[in-house]
Design a protein around this ligand. Structure first.
Ligand SMILES: CC(=O)[C@@H](O)[C@H](O)COP(=O)(O)O
Ligand SMILES: NCC(=O)COP(=O)(O)O
Length: 241
């Protein structure tokens, strides 16, 4: 069964608006785990716009499932990752001006840096994945680095309208097939919602979905426990069809 990673970044977004100590992303993570989340994802951005260093250290102590830390290649962030030792690190691109992660990491362009960072993380017992676009060349480059896991950026699919939706779905399907030929573990995420997740969840070969914004948004009305349970149900029903 496909696994669900719940990204709790945007609980911290609300907190950071007033610099209070609530809402607590750790509490959200624990409730998400109670509801069946298979892992918790959090993104320590260089600008600390939501998740703070303290959240990362505390999360490591409190989490009962798996901790998947998303971060850029920057040294000070990787230093923290090596101190915290989450189960997984997903390497993502980052720029201060972006609203959210706009594309996948350019593995071809930053190949040697990514390899050095991945080797350093692996030597600290951390499983490494790379967040990339559904692009054959990027997948080939990721496979050659030897990290073994990729997360396909589903943002273009999530934002697509009308015929673009099927075009993006085809692109993701082809990318997953190509990645499996290289023996890669394939995850997916970004912009997935209760309305669009089914077509991704049913792609053969995708093992984990990382979903945050839509779950935290739903949690504002139904609570995080129910928001996670409903997302798991939507995914289960899609796979059962
Ligand atoms: C890598 C990715 O797609 C998201 O997990 C990332 O966390 C998005 O950044 P924000 O959470 O800051 O929107
Ligand atoms: N890597 C994707 C993720 O963790 C959550 O992205 P989103 O659902 O908040 O867009």
């Amino acid at each position: 069964m496909i696994k669900l990673g719940v990204n709790i970044d945007h609980v911290a977004t609300i907190r950071q608006q007033r610099y209070t100590d609530y809402p607590d992303p750790i509490l959200a993570a624990l409730k998400a785990e109670d509801a069946g989340a298979d892992l918790i994802t959090l993104h320590l951005r260089e600008d600390r716009r939501h998740i703070q260093d303290s959240d990362v250290f505390t999360m490591r102590k409190m989490i009962r499932t798996r901790m998947n830390l998303e971060c850029s290649l920057s040294k000070n962030i990787i230093d923290i990752a090596c101190q915290v030792k989450p189960n997984d690190v997903c390497l993502v691109p980052e720029n201060r001006s972006e609203l959210t992660t706009e594309g996948g990491l350019d593995v071809i362009k930053y190949n040697s840096t990514i390899k050095d960072v991945a080797d350093r993380l692996s030597s600290n017992g951390i499983n490494v994945s790379i967040f990339i676009d559904p692009d054959i060349g990027q997948i080939e480059a990721a496979a050659k680095i030897g990290v073994g896991v990729i997360e396909i950026h589903t943002g273009k699919y999530s934002d697509a309208k009308f015929t673009e939706i099927n075009n993006e779905l085809f692109r993701i399907n082809e990318a997953v097939k190509f990645a499996k030929k290289y023996g890669l573990k394939v995850n997916a995420g970004h912009g997935l919602s209760y309305d669009n997740v089914a077509s991704i969840a049913t792609i053969e070969g995708i093992e984990e979905l990382n979903i945050g914004h839509s779950i935290i948004s739903r949690a504002l009305f139904d609570g995080i426990y129910n928001a996670v349970v409903i997302m798991k149900q939507v995914i289960f029903e899609a796979k059962a069809k």
